[in-house]
Write a protein that binds this ligand. Structure first.
Ligand SMILES: [Zn+2]
Ligand SMILES: [Zn+2]
Length: 145
């Protein structure tokens, strides 16, 4: 399926042909730190299907196993975009958050569950607001007796 993506500031945009069956959630601690989120959702695409407009920057993450992954992001706004092998990439793992059609995709698998936030499975029961609201309920008035 053809998708469009962009970073938050718009300096980088891209298209790719993703495989809707290869959507994954990763709970590993590297994804938590690198995404700034409690988990990361990604979708895979062949590297040759990726067409990029605008400048990107990458940070090569070295895993304990020695495996190296280029983490590609917008140099202006820092939006994480995708990861690839640093040399001779054949596939690209696109960060679902920067894909315009992201709501159409559902994960087929979750990995690194052992480092998942303990509340992830309870999220559906957390009180929810349809839009922005104050972070915490307003404190009760003081001095009211
Ligand atoms: Zn940007
Ligand atoms: Zn991960």
């Amino acid at each position: 399926m053809q998708v469009e993506g962009a970073c938050h500031c718009g300096a980088v945009s891209f298209t790719a042909h993703v495989d809707p069956d290869r959507v994954m959630v990763c709970h590993c601690s590297d994804c938590q730190v690198l995404s700034g989120a409690p988990l990361r959702a990604v979708v895979a695409a062949p590297y040759e299907s990726l067409v990029v407009t605008g400048p990107t920057k990458s940070y090569v993450k070295v895993a304990q196993s020695g495996n190296r992954r280029a983490q590609v992001f917008c140099p202006e706004c820092g939006t994480p975009l995708w990861a690839t092998a640093p040399e001779n990439p054949t596939s690209v793992v696109i960060r679902l958050g920067c894909v315009k059609q992201r709501a159409l995709f559902e994960p087929a698998v979750q990995i690194w569950q052992h480092s998942a936030m303990p509340w992830v499975t309870r999220l559906a029961s957390v009180p929810a607001s349809p839009q922005q609201q104050a972070f915490l309920p307003a404190a009760p008035p003081t001095g009211a007796a």
